[in-house]
Design a protein around this ligand. Structure first.
Ligand code: ADP
Ligand code: MG
Length: 308
């Protein structure tokens, strides 16, 4: 199977959305932007052995490569539209490509997202996706914008993926799913437009990613550690270990955002499973935990960094 057969067999699909004038097959894709919309672009690479264990199912690799990108669009309040797929493959094997494409398109179809092009090369396994989406003019949600008094909310529970990595082969199927098949929170991100002052998605750990949001906004936060939205499997652990996984673990791909308390109530009416706020934005910079006696203690939980 040569490169072109491979693309035709696994990645070229008959239907294209109306905004896509040309998809796979020419030198570049041709997209017709809609008036009144702004374009969001993001890119994320997954390298075998670094972003996923080498033994990960190809189906999960396909899903997750796209999920991490759609999660970035969600964090900006975007509507996902399409993506480019850059594949670096050791060999053109159907054993890998068939399940990889199945996982990739399962998620793409869930959100009506089209593959419009890419590149295919031979080399150590890595997958790089560039995704794009739209947001109504001026309505993108940024990391900067959090205001003193805002409550801090996570879009779902955290720590399950970190626990799955920690437990390795012993992890339960439910934990494994949390690590391998993250669900990008696109509907939630769109609902945050006009409500949230700032948002980010949690890829490197709640504490690390929240800190990015705080720095961009020029504010700080105090957290109520007993209100962290822990994944169910973490509730059986000793509290310090559960907190370490929840704050420092990463790979959660849920949103973290700040908004006025009244806006939280309105949002919760639409998203009944939304966890309770676990902190507040403060004028004092830095990240603090509020102790039961009201004292603030500095929190330092390192997230994942490539060039540490
Ligand atoms: P060029 O040589 O002009 O860069 P390529 O031969 O790399 O073109 O690609 C041919 C067509 O196939 C292009 O439209 C490109 O976007 C598409 N393509 C290549 N690899 C992939 C892939 N992995 N997934 C989707 N489309 C791809
Ligand atoms: Mg090319």
């Amino acid at each position: 199977m040569n490169e072109f057969e491979l693309i035709r067999r696994y990645f070229q699909r008959p239907q294209l959305p109306s905004w896509c004038v040309l998809g796979i097959g020419d030198d570049a894709a041709l997209i017709r932007p809609q008036p009144g919309e702004e374009l969001l672009l993001c890119s994320d690479t997954l390298v075998a052995g670094r972003h996923f264990p080498v033994a990960t199912d190809a189906e999960a690799i396909g899903w997750k490569s796209l999920a991490v990108n759609l999660s970035d669009l969600a964090a900006m309040g975007g509507q996902a539209q399409g993506f480019l797929l850059n594949l670096n493959l050791p060999e053109a094997s159907a054993d890998f490509l068939e399940p990889f494409a199945r996982g990739l398109f399962a998620l793409a179809d869930q959100h009506g997202v089209a593959l419009v092009g890419g590149d295919t090369t031979r080399g150590p396994l890595s997958i790089s996706i560039t995704a794009f989406g739209t947001v109504p003019h001026g309505q993108a949600i940024r990391r900067a914008g959090a205001r003193v008094g805002d409550v801090i909310v996570a879009g779902g529970v955290v720590g399950a993926a970190a626990l799955a990595l920690h437990e390795g082969a012993a992890a339960s199927p439910a934990l494994r799913r949390a690590l391998d098949y993250p669900q990008p929170q696109l509907a939630l991100g769109q609902a945050l437009r006009g409500l949230a002052h700032a948002a980010i998605d949690i890829s490197d750990g709640l504490a690390a990613d929240l800190s990015h949001l705080l720095q961009a906004s020029g504010v700080g936060a105090k957290l109520h550690l007993d209100q962290l939205p822990l994944a169910p499997a973490l509730r059986a652990l000793e509290p310090p270990q559960a907190r370490r996984l929840a704050l420092g673990g990463g790979d959660d791909y849920v949103l973290c955002f700040t908004l006025p308390r009244a806006a939280y109530a309105a949002l919760r009416a639409k998203f009944p499973d939304l966890p309770a706020p676990f902190g507040e934005i403060t004028a004092r910079r830095g990240l603090y935990a509020e102790c039961p006696d009201g004292k603030l203690e500095p929190l330092s939980v390192p997230g994942y960094q490539h060039f540490e």
